[in-house]
Design a protein around this ligand. Structure first.
Ligand code: SF4
Length: 303
């Protein structure tokens, strides 16, 4: 608190266990490298500072024209990949280090266990995690929002309530079964999942819903409650980080002015003069030292 102004940091901000473990594993690969190149299959985690650190250690993105030898190592991103992609990477015959978060693997297992059913996957269709998960079943439809889910249900249901012609089977990509399950991206907005449950009930859509939002995501979304009384908030994290975007969107419903920054230099550019109580929240892929620098910068500005 300074001159009646204060900075509040949301609980559970910054690196989650899955991201911390992935980064640690990748750094260990770099430290223990004897020979060969290290390639990254996708961005390890969606954060520019982490990507810069790995790049400085000589890790390179695996590209279409990359020449991979048996002495090289490929690191699989925390968001995971499809079985087909894994099979392709294994064909190089080099060492594979899998940094997929165990909680993303758990979602993949849930999909695999239900692959004879029709699956609705709630999440961002262009996100790496969803792209990887879609490879675990041929019966998946992705819905990014409630309107898409409603359309999806309407397109397959005639009348579940009266058990009449329960499925039109209009989608040739989906199997013959009438059993449906709903699974979600690990970083989904928990309110979306709740609303999906309400919608299914309302439409008498008998899907089994698996709450696969990870505990770290729930803790970070729940932590935003601590910022409700702020008149401005700064969300810290990569601009292409899905979980950071979710925090940015959610806090915007409560706090009149929200800024999104990736680092302390961007935080230094923000005009916080009109605000008294400033909240800070950071995505699960934001390193703690980046969060600390942003906190210091904002504290300096309001001192
Ligand atoms: S946000 Fe959740 S699923 Fe994603 S890496 Fe962290 S713990 Fe794993």
């Amino acid at each position: 608190m300074s001159g009646g102004r204060e900075v509040v940091v949301a609980p559970a901000s910054g690196f989650c266990g899955g991201v911390a473990a992935a980064v640690k594993k990748a750094l260990n690969v770099a430290r223990n490298r004897r020979r060969g190149n290290i390639f990254l299959e996708g961005e390890l985690v969606h954060n520019g500072a982490v990507s810069g650190q790995l790049s400085a250690l000589g890790m390179r993105p695996l590209q279409r024209d990359s020449v991979v030898s048996r002495e090289d190592t490929i690191i699989i991103r925390a968001h995971g990949i499809s079985p087909e992609r894994r099979f392709y990477l294994e064909s190089f015959g080099c060492k594979i280090v899998d940094c997929t978060c165990p909680l993303v693997r758990r979602i993949a297992r849930t999909i695999e266990a239900n692959k004879c059913k029709k699956i609705i996957l709630l999440g961002d269709r262009n996100h790496a995690e969803i792209e990887g998960l879609c490879g675990y079943s041929g019966n998946i439809r992705v819905c990014e929002n409630l309107a898409e889910l409603a359309r999806c249900i309407d397109s397959v249901c005639v009348d579940y309530k009266n058990n009449v012609n329960v499925c039109k089977n209009q989608d040739p990509d989906l199997g013959e079964t009438d059993d449906w399950v709903i699974v979600c991206q690990s970083t989904l907005d928990v309110n979306f999942l709740d609303a999906a449950g309400v919608l299914c009930k309302k439409k008498h859509f008998p899907a089994e819903i698996f709450d696969t939002v990870c505990p770290a995501t729930k803790a970070r979304q729940c932590g935003l409650e601590a910022l409700k009384s702020c008149d401005a908030a700064v969300v810290a994290g990569g601009f292409h980080s899905a979980n950071t975007r979710r925090l940015f969107e959610k806090i915007g419903a409560w706090v009149p002015r929200v800024f999104w920054v990736e680092d302390a230099a961007q935080a230094a550019e923000i005009d916080l003069a009109p605000y008294k109580k400033i909240g800070i929240a950071a995505g699960a892929s934001t390193p703690r030292d980046v969060l600390r620098k942003i906190f210091d910068e904002i504290s300096k500005k309001i001192a």
